[in-house]
Ligand binder design. Sequence first.
Ligand SMILES: Nc1ncnc2c1ncn2[C@@H]1O[C@H](COP(=O)(O)OP(=O)(O)OP(=O)(O)O)[C@@H](O)[C@H]1O
Length: 870
Amino acid sequence: MPHRPSLSSSSTASTSSDLPNRLLKSVTPNSLLASTHKRYKTPLSVETRSKNFSKTKSVLSSVPASPSRRNGSASRPQTPASPRTPRKGAESPSLMPATSEMDVSNVDPEQVLVDYQMIEDAEVSGEIDQAWLDAAMQDHGKHDKVMVSVRVRSSEGQTAWNTSPSTNNIKLDPNYTKNPASNSNPVSFNFDAVLTGSPNKPVYTTVARSHVHAAMDGYNAVVFAYGQTASGKTYTLSGGDDEPGIIPRAMRDVFGFIRQTPTREYLLRCSYLEIYNENIHDLLAPPSMAAASPVQIQGGGGSDIILTPLREEVVTSLKGVKEVLKRGEGNRRTACTDWNDRSSRSHSVFRLVIESRERGTGEDDGDSISTGRQTPAAGGRQTPGLNGRQTPGSGGSKLQARGGRSVQTSVLSLIDLAGSEKATSDKERTREGKYINTSLLTLGTVIGTLSDNASKRKSDHVPFRNSKLTRMLQPSLSGNARISVVCTLNPDPGAIGESMSTLQFAKRIKNVHLHAQKKEVIDTEALIERYRKEIEDLTRRLAEREAEAPVRARRLSAQEQLAETKAMRDLNNRIQQLTNLILTSESQAVDEAKGEESRPASPTKIDFDMSPYQLQQELLAARTQLESQANQILSLEASLLSRPPLDAGASENEKDRLIAEQTKTIKELEIVVKGYEENLGEPLRAVKEDVEKEWKDKLHEEVRKREEKERWGEELVKQLDKEKRIRTKLEEERRALAAFVSKFDSLGLTPSKVRSPRPSSGGVSSIFAGKPQNTISEIDSGKNVFETPLRLETHKLQLQPSLLDQVMPQEQWEDDGLDFDDSPVKRRVFEFGTGGVSKKGKGVAVIGVAREVLSDKENIVPPAAGTTAR
Ligand SMILES: Nc1ncnc2c1ncn2[C@@H]1O[C@H](COP(=O)(O)OP(=O)(O)OP(=O)(O)O)[C@@H](O)[C@H]1O
C-alpha cells in the first residue's frame, strides 16, 4: 500500500501524522455517520476539491463495496438550495476578484508568450527528452479512433472482474455471471488499455500523454473520464498532491514540451467550467457573477463552439496553472451522496487553449520579443480588449500571425464527468442526479449514433443539442479532436450492472471515427510564399508534360489524349488561379499595411476556419469566376486576332502606322485584361471611366446636332408656309389686277382721253407686258409676272374703294399678316421699285411709281414698248 500523505494544508482532510486515528475512524460506523452528518450541513460544497487521496485506505474502506445507501439518511436535514459557501481551505468567493490581472482581455498576448528559455527546472517533468518527444509525436499522429481505456478502482474487498493489463482484457468473474452455465462464453472486453491500482502516473502515461502532445502540436485533444459514481473519475483526473492525476501531470508536460521546443513561442490560457443542472458556470469567476450570467454556447454546426462569457486566464508558469486550478476546484459543486462522500455533482471541463507560432528573429516582432517573463500589459501597449481587434472571452485566436509565421491553435480539454447514479434518498441530490443521468444518457445516445454512422456508413441525425454536455463536445465528437476516454469501474460485485453499462459505452465509443485536423492561421506573406511554391511546382510539371506531349501523343488513344489535354488545362487553370490569389493577397497586404481594417474581405481570401463544405463552395465560386474571366480574355484575344492583316503591299509608312495602331490596341487590351485580373472580373475602373466619358461627349454632340437640325427644319417649314401664303396672296392680287385691267379696258377709255400724249395699243396690259426684267417673276419661276410691284403698292396706296372694294376688300389686305421686312420677296420688290436706293427711299420711289400708274386711271398712259415705268 503506498504511503499517501496529505495533499495540502488547506485540505479539510487530516494529515499523514494522524493516519492511525483516521484509519480507526474510518472503520467505525458511528464515526462514518457522524462525519456524514456533519458534511450534509454543507450539502453543496465549494470546498477545495483536492480530495484527501492520502487516506486511501480509509477512503477506500469507507467507499461502499457497492452503491448501496448509507445509514443515517433518514436523519439527514433538508438540503438548502442556497448559494455555495466556501469551506475551510477554499478561496473565499467573496474575496475573489471580479476581474483578474491575467484575464486574457486585460493583457497583451505578445507580452505573455512563453518560450523554452522561460521554463524552470522545477516546472518540467524530468522524463521528457527528445527521444521521448519523438515517440509521443509519432504515436499521436496515427490514431483515427478514440482511445479507450478501462481503469478498475483499487479495492480491498471482493472484485467481480478479472483483469489482464498485459493483454488489455477485462472479464467478468465467472462466479458473478447470472447463468453459471455460460462460463464457457464469459463476458469479456478488450480495450486499448486496462489499468488497475492506485498510481496515477502509468494511467497518465498510457491514456493522456500522447494526447497532450497532440494538443501541443496543434490538434484539438480531449481526455475524459466516464463511469458510475465513486468509481474513481476525479481521482484519475485530478488526483492529489502525492498522486497527481491527469490534469496536473498534463500541465507539467505542457511546460516540458515548451522547454523541448526552442523554435516556437506559446500563448497559454485556461478556463474552467462546470455543467450543473444543465447550466454552465464559470468556475474562475466569482460565484455571484457566474450565477448571474451563466455561460452560453454559441456557434457549432460542426465547427468550433464559442463559450461566452467565460473567463480565460493567461498562464505563463506551472505555478500559475496550479493557482487557476485551485480557484476553479474551490468553486466546484460536490456533495456527500449515498455512495461518495465528495461526489461531483457536475461535469467539469478544464480547457487549455494553446496558441503557438515560430519564434521570430526580433526584427519582424516589433516590440514583442519574449526574452523573459513580462508583466501583463507592460510597456504601455494596448490591451487586446481595447484595440478593437479582439473580443474578450470570445474564445477566438489572440495571437497574430506575423512575419510569415503562422499561428497554430488547439484546445486541450480535460473533462471529469459527473457519475451516473441510482435514485438517492435526498431530494436535491435526486434532482441533480436526474440532470446528470439525462446528460450522460444523451452522451451515450450521441456516441451510439456516431458509432453506428461510422460502422454502417450512415449519416443519421446526431442529437448533440439534447444536452449542454454533448453540445459542448460536438466539435470534438464530430471528429476534429484526438479523444481518449478512461472508463472507471467500481470492482464491487454489487456494481456489476453499472460496470457493464460503462463497458458497453466504452465499446461503442471505440467505433467513433476521428479525423482531427490542425488549425493554422497563416499570414499573407506566408500564404503568398506557399502559392509561389505551388506555382513553381505546377509550372515545372506543365513544362514536363508539354515536352513529352509529342512523343506521348503518338502512343495515346483519342480518349487518353483528351484526358491529357484536360489535365494540362487544369494545371494551367490552377496556375492562373494561384496567380490571382497572389495578386489578391498582395493587394490585401498593401491595404492592411495602409491600415484599411474596415475593407471588406476579398472574395478569395482563404479562411482556414471554414468548414470543408464552405471551402468547397468558395472554391466553386472562384472557379466559375475564373472561367468567365478566361472566356473574356479569349474573346478579347479572338477580336485581336480577327483584326485585318497587314497588307503586304502597304507602304513602309502605312505599315508603321498599322503596327503602331495594333501595338496600341494590344496595350489597351492588356490593360483591360490586367484590370479584369486585378479586379476579379471588374473592368479597370479608369478605363471604364474613360470610355464612358468619351461616349458621353459623343452622345452630347449628337444630341446637339439633332436639336439644331430640328430647329432648322422647323424654321424651314415656317418659311415654306410664308412662301405659300405669299404665293396665294400674289395669285389673288394678280387676279384682282387682271380683273381691274379688264374692267379698265372695258370702260373703253381711248388714248385721247388720257393725259399722256403717248397712247398704247395694248392698254394697261401693255404696261405690264413691258415691265422690267427684275420683277418677282424671277424668283417665282416665271409664273407671277405681274404681281409684286403693283400688289404692294396697291395695298399701301389705298386704291379707290369704288373700284377695288369689289375684288379686294380693304380688310383682306390689311390682314394679310405679311412681313416683308426681311423676305427676299420684299427685297426684290424694293429693288424693282427703286433700283437699289435706301430702304426708306425705295418705299417712297415705289409708291411714287404706283401712284403714277394707278392714282388716276385717266392719266395712265402705257409706256412705249421696251421702256420701263417711271
Ligand atoms: N484507483 C484508486 N485508488 C485509490 N483510491 C481510489 C481510486 N479510485 C478512486 N479512489 C477513491 O475512491 C473515492 C471515490 O473516488 P472519486 O471521487 O474519484 O469517484 P468519482 O467517480 O469521481 O465519483 P463521483 O462521480 O461521485 O464524483 C475517492 O475517495 C478516491 O480517493
